[in-house]
Design a protein. Structure first.
Length: 80
C-alpha cells in the first residue's frame, strides 16, 4: 500500500484492511449458521467457492504490479 498512497492515506487503508480482518470472524459464523439452517451444511462451501472465484477474477482483471523497478539479481531482491 505504501507505493500506492502517501503516508497518511496508507495508514487509513491499512486501517480498513485491519477492520475487515476483525469484522469477518464476527459475522462469518452467523452467515454460516443461516446458510446451514436454510440450505444445508454444504451451502457454506458452495458460497466460499463462488466468492473465491469472484475475488480471483476481480484480482486477475484489476490488480497490477505497482513496483516497476527491476532488481539486478537475487541479492537485490532479498535486500542482501
Amino acid at each position: 500500500m505504501r507505493d500506492l498512497f502517501d503516508r497518511r492515506q496508507s495508514a487509513s487503508m491499512i486501517g480498513y484492511v485491519t477492520m475487515g480482518m476483525a469484522v469477518a470472524p464476527m459475522i462469518g459464523p452467523a452467515i454460516g449458521g443461516v446458510l446451514d439452517e436454510t440450505f444445508g451444511w454444504r451451502s457454506s462451501s458452495y458460497l466460499m467457492i463462488a466468492l473465491g472465484a469472484l475475488v480471483l477474477a476481480w484480482a486477475w482483471a484489476e490488480l497490477h504490479e505497482t513496483n516497476h523497478s527491476r532488481a539486478s539479481g537475487v541479492g537485490a531482491r532479498s535486500g542482501a
